[in-house]
Design a protein around this ligand. Structure first.
Ligand code: AFD
Ligand code: MN
Ligand code: MN
Length: 424
């Protein structure tokens, strides 16, 4: 569905005065505000194709209607998000859920919405109906070389699909592991996984990256073969310069210090990208910033510090992707909220007075260091984020506009109340 620009203009006009008033708070700090707005305009966050339908739990799924029935409709949904916020200019596909039958046409369609293709994701955590061997006991780690080969071939096929669309990265998330003590020889599982990843790595085009995503538990509950950042780092280091660790915020054990993990990976040049979401317990896949916004800010604080130290480009040096989806919200509303939360955390982290922070640290002035961070975190940067959107044709309040235009009702009218998204 294409959003007509008139509705955005009308929406913005009616809110313009209120917005300018809020923005005037920044009048004394124009320089800082300007720099932040420019960075926000450049910063794009990829939307996962699997988050456009209502997510379920293993107990049930409550579809909301009007879900995208095919890849074209998924692209249309991301196009709609991007038209509203001008910050969701990419889509991350999951194969085989999103196999593009006509890549040229798909690329063209995405181009019409101003969308690029971010990392492509392989899937060896499910058996497909046309698949000859099962992944019940793992894929790249499997004891049977034929199963490993099938999983390797699948990953290489995913790379080929991505190449046809202009993607530049492959994300490998494995459910491989074991659920009971004694089930798995850890050493062999690691080595087999490394060897299999090595074969996939060898098939990467020269300008591609491979993201190795780790997860502490689930679906295996005793061990995961890529279970933490340490093992992901080890795989990525052994694989070579095109391999990196991908941090999914929900994939840690409770209370893990993710910002410190991020700082270390960045320092080693091995941080590849992110899957943003939030959680209270495990891989809850809740809206980014909905539970622990301060943690999200602290992560961005390390990102900016570490990226600036290495001369990296905030917008393009790392993969920025959302991986959130759940049961009780309209997925498009949820994604608008996630993108906004990420932008807010990024903008707040840009405000941190880094010189003063370093001085406080060097002087062991703990209270002052905390003040500096919290001062930035407690600044209301919503007008800056809204201004960034306004300047590039987005809506001042994307969620409010989405609601006032009854977008979900329109989608239901177009696709039906029982339309179910392909994928999980
Ligand atoms: C998993 C991971 C991973 C994977 C996805 C599948 O977060 O990114 O691709 O779910 O839906 O938990
Ligand atoms: Mn993920
Ligand atoms: Mn996950």
């Amino acid at each position: 569905m294409q959003l007509d620009t008139n509705s955005i203009d009308n929406h913005n006009q009616s809110r313009l005065n209120a917005h300018k008033n809020k923005l005037s708070y920044w009048a004394d700090e124009v320089e800082k505000a300007e720099a932040t707005i420019q960075k926000l305009i450049d910063f794009q966050i990829a939307i996962p194709s699997w988050a456009l339908g209502t997510g379920g739990t293993r107990f049930g799924r409550f579809a909301g209607g009007g879900e995208p029935r095919n890849l074209e409709e998924k692209i249309a949904d991301v196009g709609l998000l991007h038209a509203l916020n001008r910050s969701s200019g990419a889509i991350s596909l999951h194969i085989p859920w999103d196999i593009p039958t006509d890549p040229k046409a798909i690329q063209e369609l995405a181009g019409q919405y101003g969308l690029a293709f971010d990392a492509v994701n392989s899937n060896t955590f499910q058996d497909q109906s046309d698949q000859s061997l099962s992944y019940k006991f793992g894929s790249l780690q499997h004891t049977d070389a034929a199963v490993r080969q099938q999983a390797i071939d699948h990953n290489i096929e995913v790379i080929r699909h991505g190449e046809a669309l202009g993607s530049k990265a492959l994300t490998v998330w494995l459910s491989d592991g074991s659920s009971f003590p004694g089930q798995l020889n850890f050493r062999k599982a690691f080595q087999r996984t490394l060897d299999s990843l090595g074969e996939i790595y060898a098939a990467l085009p020269s300008d591609w990256k491979m993201f190795v995503e780790y997860k502490a538990f689930e679906p295996n509950f005793y061990s995961m073969t890529v279970g933490d950042w340490g093992s992901s780092f080890l795989y990525a280091s052994k694989l070579g310069p095109k391999a990196y660790t991908l941090v999914d915020l929900g994939h840690h054990l409770p209370n893990a210090n993710i910002e410190q993990i991020v700082a270390i990976l960045l320092n080693e040049g091995k941080l590849g990208g992110f899957h943003f979401n939030d959680s209270k317990y495990g891989d809850d896949d809740l809206t980014a910033g909905s539970i622990k916004p301060y943690q999200l800010f602290l992560i961005f604080n390390e990102l900016i510090e570490g990226m600036d130290a290495r001369g990296m480009n905030h917008a393009s040096s790392l993969g920025w992707m959302i991986d959130a989806s759940h049961n009780v919200k309209d997925p498009l509303e949820d994604l608008l909220q996630s993108v906004e939360a990420i932008q807010l955390a990024y903008a707040q982290a840009l405000l941190v007075d880094r010189v003063a922070l370093e001085e406080a640290r060097e002087a062991n002035d703990v209270a002052q260091a905390q003040e500096i961070l919290q001062d930035a975190f407690r600044t209301d940067v919503r007008p800056l984020v809204a201004e960034a959107r306004l300047r590039v044709g987005g809506a001042l309040q994307p969620l409010a506009l989405y609601r006032s235009l009854n977008m979900r009702q329109q989608l239901i009218g177009e696709r039906g109340a029982k339309a179910v998204a392909t994928g999980l």
